[in-house]
Write a protein that binds this ligand. Structure first.
Ligand code: WT7
Length: 652
């Protein structure tokens, strides 16, 4: 990349920022030299019930993995997120909620939030929820989702939020794995003018789930939904009669705060377990710095509550800091594609955080929908979830940010809990598409396939050496998988599963996943998980799924499907397989392309040669590399000619 492709910190920005360039260099150096000292100071951001005496006890060796921060401290998360802002902020706004329908709005003050959380906590307590119990939350983007999370942690219970776009079956798997005691859901959700039948999905998911004794149902749409008398209760009725104060339960810093499921390279989603003390320290302090939030700013993160982005930087980050944030239930393109821009104008949003995939689709609509709105309130823009292509970056920067807003491209994962790489806005110049520089206390390493650490300009695998407080502590019920996946591949380091390039200035560019995970519209999907969903269809003998470059989604889902003997290929069957996957996982997992494959290319040991399938899906028919291992070369020829036929038809 030519050197002129650098966007310096905007003039005047650094003077008012929490961190400027000199401060970044000084603090970053200090955070590595005295890592415990740095995080000890950061931890003073929280209100501890009993202060910790020890900062970290960590070791990344796979045979003796230890990740422990502030271990003998105690605290309560809801006290830190809510109580400590009272009474000072009782009448100030915590949440500005914009419903799916343009006219539908609600506001929640800090005082009201505290009241709702305390009451719901008492309801949950009455249902038998206690410290360490898991509560699954399957809600749309409504204030009650935040209330539900906070009510859990007030009791020391562990929330497990499941994206409301997931199917009944995906919800069932996550409830079962977590052994949830209570489910909190809504009658229906609203998204883009469409209704999502949450309670119906929940009922299907709960059939045969002995662990869930009660379901709390929020009235969102008011629709008639099935109701099981002994098990279900209406949220509004229950909180109306609940006590208004619930004493917070004191928990240890290492006690779990939440579980969040994400896809990995094997079939089963993994429930990453996050700690209370370390996670809150990293989330709260980093949110403030990376978005350069100041008292009075309005913050808006567009992520759904079901993802880690929302946990850390839509919910915990703003709440811990006592910030006002916008919460939007709908989609950017309904009723029209100026929806987000009109919300930014209406609420005078100062800090806006979203995903590249949405920007790419809005960019297609041209500048018209943007030009109708006054976006002059914006000061900082953020990007997350996937690499942002330089073209989308430039559009975001010039058209949305008016050329005056730095873009914080935040690189992190469900596993890392909070940010690892980011150009801190007052400190680090932007280079389009680069997550740039390490956050404080973070030690990135570019590692080759043999595990050698590369210096200077280099490409390789993205690893991190040394712990940070926000990182996940384990995979629920599967610590061996946790060690195996993240700490075994490159001894002494945490392996992210991503590829990375570091330039001569020490800037990092994440190049995408290098494992069997694909990133579709910023959502992580495991290819094995997709394959097992497809292969469970009665007509399917076998399948192989790969990612392929997709203009809007970043990556699309390309499925090669072998049908059982005697089953004919047809358009109907193709649709049926797509619907089958939607029902098993959810609409986000819909295959974009299904190519029938009478056979899959395998080596003599029967292993599917994904490298070839990935090339064909990307319309690259040449660079197959060494094909001498293919057991039957005719299979490759057939796959190539079918793909070429489809392309020829599409172009005709
Ligand atoms: C994967 C993690 C971070 C919260 C949302 C996604 C990709 C994430 C970036 C970025 C390039 C990114 C990586 C990562 N990713 N942020 N700024 N630039 N890639 O969390 O679902 O756990 O997915 O998303 O591939 O491994 P997640």
């Amino acid at each position: 990349m030519p050197q002129d492709d650098v966007f310096p910190v905007p003039p005047g920005f650094a003077a008012h920022a929490h961190v400027d360039g000199a401060e970044y260099d000084r603090l970053y150096g200090q955070s590595l030299d005295d890592n415990d000292g740095f995080w000890r100071e950061q931890a003073a951001f929280l209100d501890w019930t009993r202060p910790f005496t020890q900062v970290s006890d960590t070791n990344f060796a796979a045979d003796d993995l230890r990740i422990s921060w502030f271990a003998d401290g105690t605290l309560n998360a809801s006290v830190n997120c809510i109580d400590r802002h009272l009474p000072a902020k009782a009448d100030q706004l915590a949440i500005l909620w914009q419903g799916d329908a343009p006219g539908e709005r609600r506001t929640v003050t800090w005082g009201e939030l505290a009241d709702k959380v305390n009451r719901l906590a008492n309801v949950l307590k009455g249902l038998g929820v206690a410290k360490g119990d898991v509560v699954t939350i399957y809600l749309p983007v409504i204030p009650e989702a935040i209330v539900a999370m906070m009510a859990c942690v007030r009791l020391g219970a562990v929330h497990s939020v499941v994206f409301s776009g997931f199917s009944a079956e995906a919800l069932a798997n996550r409830i079962e794995d977590a052994g949830a005691k209570v489910l909190i859901t809504a009658d229906e959700g609203h998204r883009g003018g469409r209704v999502v039948p949450l309670k119906r999905n929940a009922d299907v998911a709960l059939a045969g789930q002995p662990s869930v004794a009660h379901v709390v149902v929020v009235r969102r749409s008011g629709a008639q939904v099935p109701f099981t008398a002994e098990r279900d209760l209406w949220y509004d009725e229950a909180v109306a009669t609940a006590e208004a104060y619930c004493p917070p339960v004191e928990v240890g810093a290492e006690d779990p705060l939440f579980i969040l499921y994400t896809s990995g390279s094997t079939g089963k989603p993994k429930g990453l377990v996050h700690s209370t003390g370390g996670y809150l320290v990293h989330a709260g302090t980093s949110w403030r710095v990376i978005f350069d939030w100041h008292e009075g700013d309005v913050f808006w993160c567009t992520a759904d509550v079901g993802w880690v982005t929302a946990h850390t930087y839509k919910i915990y980050g703003p709440l811990l800091n006592g910030a006002t944030s916008v919460m939007f239930e709908g989609v950017p393109t309904w009723p029209d594609s100026s929806r987000w821009w009109s919300i930014i104008e209406d609420y005078r949003v100062n800090i806006f955080y979203t995903a590249p995939t949405a920007l790419r689709s809005l960019m297609r609509e041209g500048e018209g929908p943007v030009a109708k709105h006054d976006l002059s309130s914006l000061r900082v823009l953020g990007s997350v979830g996937e690499p942002i292509n330089p073209e989308a970056w430039r559009w975001y920067h010039s058209v949305i940010g008016g050329g005056r807003c730095p873009i914080v491209d935040t690189y992190w994962q469900t596993e890392t809990g909070a940010v690892l790489l980011v150009p801190i806005p007052g400190a680090v110049a932007n280079k389009p598409g680069m997550a740039a520089k390490p956050y404080f206390g973070i030690r990135p390493e570019v590692v080759d396939a043999e595990g050698n650490t590369l210096e200077g300009e280099a490409s390789g695998n993205m690893c991190f050496r040394g712990s940070w407080p926000g990182q996940a502590r384990t995979i629920l019920h599967d610590h061996a998988r946790f060690v195996q996946t993240y700490f075994a591949p490159y001894p002494g380091r945490f392996f992210t599963g991503d590829g990375v390039m570091r330039d001569a200035d020490g800037y990092y560019r994440i190049t995408g996943r290098v494992d069997d995970v694909i990133n579709v519209s910023g959502h992580r999907l495991g290819t094995v998980e997709l394959e097992s969903a497809i292969s469970s269809h009665p007509a399917v003998a076998e399948s192989a799924v790969v990612g392929y470059p997709h203009d809007l989604k970043g990556q699309g889902v390309f499925a090669y499907v072998t049908l059982k003997d005697g089953i004919a290929e047809s358009e109907e069957l193709r649709k049926e397989v797509v619907d089958w996957v939607r029902a098993r996982i959810g609409p986000i997992a819909s295959p974009d392309v299904i190519q029938w494959a009478p056979a899959l290319p395998k080596n003599r040991a029967g292993k599917i040669l994904r490298r070839i399938l990935t090339k064909v899906a990307a319309n690259d028919f040449q660079n197959f590399g060494d094909t001498s291992t293919v057991a039957d070369p005719a299979v490759v020829d057939d796959i190539v000619s079918r793909r070429q036929d489809t392309l020829a038809k599409e172009q005709a």
